[in-house]
Design a protein around this ligand. Structure first.
Ligand code: FAD
Length: 476
């Protein structure tokens, strides 16, 4: 009787505990991916992530074919499809790596019950997090709400050594499946994914290549340069981690190896490891506070008076706010499906604080446009910026987009790349074109209000307005 492996957010063959365990039984394998857009509470995937998923499934299917097997594709509600499939093929057991959002946990519990009631065993594993969220607890057995103590506790706990699955592949007869093309995951008319195709190689090979490139390049100086969007200073592993094309264990083992052989500085490695633990922390929050995606973690913010100005939100989405760093970030997002972390913070702060827009509207836009749109990292980070989250940035912290641009994109390479209509402006004025002398603008071919917008809100005024509003909920 075969072993059924159910792939979800773990689209890899390397260091995949569920797959390894199924292989270790020696039973013939049947491998399935289920596109479940119907189970209750499951959040529909955003457009950029659908594109990524399509490419990633193609890569996984090819990798499995190269081993002599086949990835079976099915679509429907998990509770209908997985027990049926397991019964049809006469599976002895079903193997999967765990998921952590409340609706996914509910689905998995229901599927498990249906399977075990039918005499089919279920084996579930921790595959995509370094620590299962319930294993990192405070002294009193509760959930951490603050990153630093969470991190301090978590790093003392052992993590799995990534596996080198050496065992032979043995495949069972694959049942019928659907064709990926039928799912229309990738856009056709209009095909807006050209920039994504250029920027990314979804799939396990792409993930390992990105990791190797980072260790050869960006890791050196990461601690100091990770805030610089103009430099290739970060790993860009986030969409690969989002889909489990690489395990965090593999990523950490690789940087630790570089540290051990002297090719990476402990300071850079330590900083990178702590960033990966921010992801762990987000999942810890998602698991313990399952409403984090839609409810203010700090419920004082329920009384916050948002302004909801549609024109401002549109300008923000399109990268036409008149603040070059914000606009460069929003256009990077639109073109490539990704934005540098520092710029995410500035752009999110701008929407929330300068435009007084509910963080949930920004979270939704990122959910639709990011290739790494993640059920834990995205809402946790938005709440962090809003000040409504666990361990959040203080509410009075309002990023100044000009100062941030001058500090983190000092020569303007980043702005020039994504806001080309400003490219000819001198660096000294690039982040605040409205202060440029008319002759300077003329010479650079910039006509404010025509070729590039004037600021949609005045920074000093907007900052004060945000502080006043925050003061009101604080005083209540
Ligand atoms: P690196 O600097 O190379 O870091 C390595 C890995 O550590 C990342 O791939 C990521 O998994 C993790 N990581 C790094 N920084 C953070 C962080 N601040 N919080 C949590 N994990 C982190 N990240 C997502 O993966 N998905 C999202 O949907 C997402 N939405 C965000 C929304 C906002 C408003 C903000 C401010 C941040 C968001 N982040 C999100 C976090 C962060 O911006 C990205 O993880 C990071 O930019 C990815 O680039 P990288 O892989 O090159 O990062």
């Amino acid at each position: 009787r075969p072993a059924l492996v159910w792939f979800r957010d773990d689209l890899r063959l390397d260091d995949n505990p569920a797959l390894d365990a199924a292989k270790a039984t020696g039973r013939p394998l049947v491998l399935v991916f289920l596109l479940d857009e119907q189970s209750e509470g499951i959040r529909p995937l955003g457009g950029a992530v659908r594109w990524w998923l399509g490419r990633s499934l193609a890569a996984l299917a090819a990798a499995i074919e190269a081993k002599g097997g086949e990835l079976v594709l099915r679509r429907g509600r998990a509770i209908d499809c997985i027990p049926d499939l397991a019964r049809d093929i006469g599976a002895q057991a079903v193997y999967w790596n765990r998921r952590y959002s409340a609706p996914e946990i509910a689905v998995d519990k229901a599927v498990k019950l249906a399977l075990t009631t039918g005499g089919i065993a279920v084996e579930s594993f921790g595959g995509n997090l370094l620590h299962e969220p319930w294993t990192v607890e405070t002294q009193s057995g509760g959930a951490f709400r603050v990153f630093t103590p969470f991190y301090r506790r978590a790093v003392t706990q052992a993590i799995r050594v990534p596996s080198r699955a050496a065992s032979q592949w043995r495949f069972g007869h694959p049942p019928d499946g659907e064709r990926r093309e039928e799912w229309a995951l990738e856009p056709t008319a209009p095909d807006w994914a050209g920039g994504l195709r250029q920027a990314w190689t979804p799939g396990e090979d792409g993930a390992l290549t990105a990791l190797a490139a980072f260790i050869d390049g960006g890791l050196d100086g990461y601690a100091d340069q990770r805030d610089r969007p103009d430099l290739p200073s970060t790993s860009r592993l986030s969409p690969h981690l989002r889909f489990g094309e690489i395990s965090p264990h593999r990523a950490l083992a690789a940087v630790r190896h570089a540290e051990a052989d002297g090719s990476a500085a402990p300071r850079d490695v330590g900083k990178f490891v702590s960033e990966v633990y921010w992801r762990e922390f987000s999942y810890n929050l998602l698991f313990h506070f399952p409403d984090i995606g839609h409810a203010n973690f700090n419920d004082r913010f329920d009384a916050f008076e948002w302004a909801s100005d549609g024109a401002l939100v549109r300008a923000w989405r399109r990268g036409l706010t008149g603040y070059p760093l914000v606009d460069a970030g929003m256009r990077q997002l639109w073109q490539t499906g990704w934005m540098h972390n520092r710029v995410r913070m500035v752009a999110a702060s701008f929407l929330i604080k300068h435009c007084l827009t509910d963080w949930r509207r920004g979270e939704e836009w990122f959910w639709d446009t990011l290739v790494d749109a993640d059920p834990a990292n995205n809402p946790a980070s938005w709440q962090w910026v809003a000040g409504s989250g666990a361990d959040a940035a203080p509410y009075f912290r309002v990023f100044n987009p000009v100062a941030q641009g001058e500090k983190f994109d000092p020569d303007g390479h980043y702005v020039r790349q994504f806001v080309p209509e400003l490219a000819a402006l001198p660096s000294s004025i690039l982040h605040k074109p409205w202060e440029a002398a008319p002759a300077v603008l003329r010479q650079a071919g910039v006509v404010l209000g025509e070729t590039y917008p004037r600021p949609v809100v005045d920074h000093a005024w907007a900052r004060q307005r945000a502080l006043d509003r925050f003061q009101r909920i604080r005083a209540e």
